[in-house]
Write a protein of this length. Sequence first.
Length: 236
Amino acid sequence: MLITAGPTHEPIDSVRFIGNRSSGRLGIELAQAAAKKGWRVRLLLGPVCTPLGTPPTPLTPPTTSKGDSRLSVARFRTTADLQGLLEAEFPTCDVLVMAAAVADYRPKIDADALKKAGGKLKRDAAGLTITMEATPDLLAGLKGLKRADQTTIGFALEPAERLEESAKDKLVRKGLDAIVANELRTMEASSIKASVFVRDGRRIDTDGDVSKAKFAPWLLKVIDEVRGDEGARKRK
Ligand code: CTP
């Protein structure tokens, strides 16, 4: 199972970036729960930070009886880094869970001007205008590579009033098998109320609000359901 988690940081210069507030927590919990359940997991993890006073995110991989790790981690910073990792690793996975909060835009960098500035832009009282360019849609880009035996799961964070419509649109546009839709309020909350829309038309909802810790095992069961009996059997 290939899982992506966390934000992307898109550089403005060598020390500054534009990012987002994703903590990566959901993807990390999912990776650990999946490894515990017997999946061999590859976690592609973005530049996540831990708040002061809390221990660093535990990433000690559970091990199999032979002592080899079930969970390995590769780190990325930018959308381009993640794109490179996905191109290399997607062909070898059975399931991709795309929980990363990938930037939709990145600063367009004037390489010559940046070089002249020594890599770090000087403060200018007149202000700074940053032109943004669209990043590639990574999931949509994998559509052509996807084999029939592979399952791809996306995420959508949407305002409650257009949750279903937007999620279903992304499901089709990105060629996914299922999409996990969360309301915007999920970002700050300690619990999650999610709806999974499946390609075959099924809709699977959490039983109201569930804690973020309980959400990971719930989603793993849903992934087995989406893949059908064959998916669960193949792993044994
Ligand atoms: N995603 C991606 N590549 C991007 C942006 C998003 O692969 N450049 C993935 C996310 O990891 C997520 C899914 O697409 O699994 C939906 O992300 P979202 O930001 O909601 O979708 P967008 O296509 O960016 O749509 P919009 O921002 O217009 O709602």
